[in-house]
Write a protein that binds this ligand. Structure first.
Ligand code: ATP
Length: 142
């Protein structure tokens, strides 16, 4: 049987909350974190543990036990600064896999430099998938 993994999902907008729900549904242990209390409340039943926290607060991240997690997914939108700072803190804490959603190309480049393990560009990745699906659709021309 595959080992249950421990995931922390930080930033629970549309992207983060769906990643959180899906991982939890797949049977993994998921810690959901957001600065917004009502968003955290709405994820309680779709996560193993949900916490209100500022993702740039190093002490808070440590007290939540983040250093023991296998994976962290950072999906903070709005401003790129908290996303960058949080990524840096998680890498410094020794998390092996830190996957981060990028807002734009500048954000992408900074994330690359600071050691994000996978940089996600949801719209771009989805657009490519859809284009490939369309490409492989058979069009019968009568
Ligand atoms: P999506 O397209 O997935 O909805 P988005 O790019 O529009 O995402 P937002 O919804 O703006 O992103 O942000 C994602 C979440 O990150 C929000 O729920 C917000 O409360 C949270 N967030 C922003 N800054 C912080 C922070 N410093 N600490 C924790 N959570 C934060």
């Amino acid at each position: 049987m595959l080992k249950r993994k421990q995931f922390a999902v930080i930033g629970l907008g549309r992207f983060g909350s769906n990643v959180c729900k899906e991982l939890y549904q797949l049977g993994h242990e998921v810690l959901a974190i957001d600065a917004n209390e009502s968003i955290v409340d709405s994820l309680k039943e779709f996560s193993s543990h949900a916490a209100v926290a500022n993702a740039t607060d190093e002490r808070m991240l440590k007290s939540l036990g983040l250093r023991n997690f296998d994976f962290a997914i950072v999906a903070i939108g709005e401003h790129i600064q908290p996303s960058i700072l949080c990524t840096l803190l998680l890498k410094e804490m020794g998390i092996k896999q830190v996957w981060v959603k990028a807002q734009n190309i500048q954000h992408f480049k900074v994330l690359e430099k600071i050691g994000a393990d996978r940089i996600i560009q949801p719209e771009k990745e989805m657009a490519m998938r859809i284009a490939h699906q369309l490409d492989s659709e058979k069009i019968i021309d009568y």
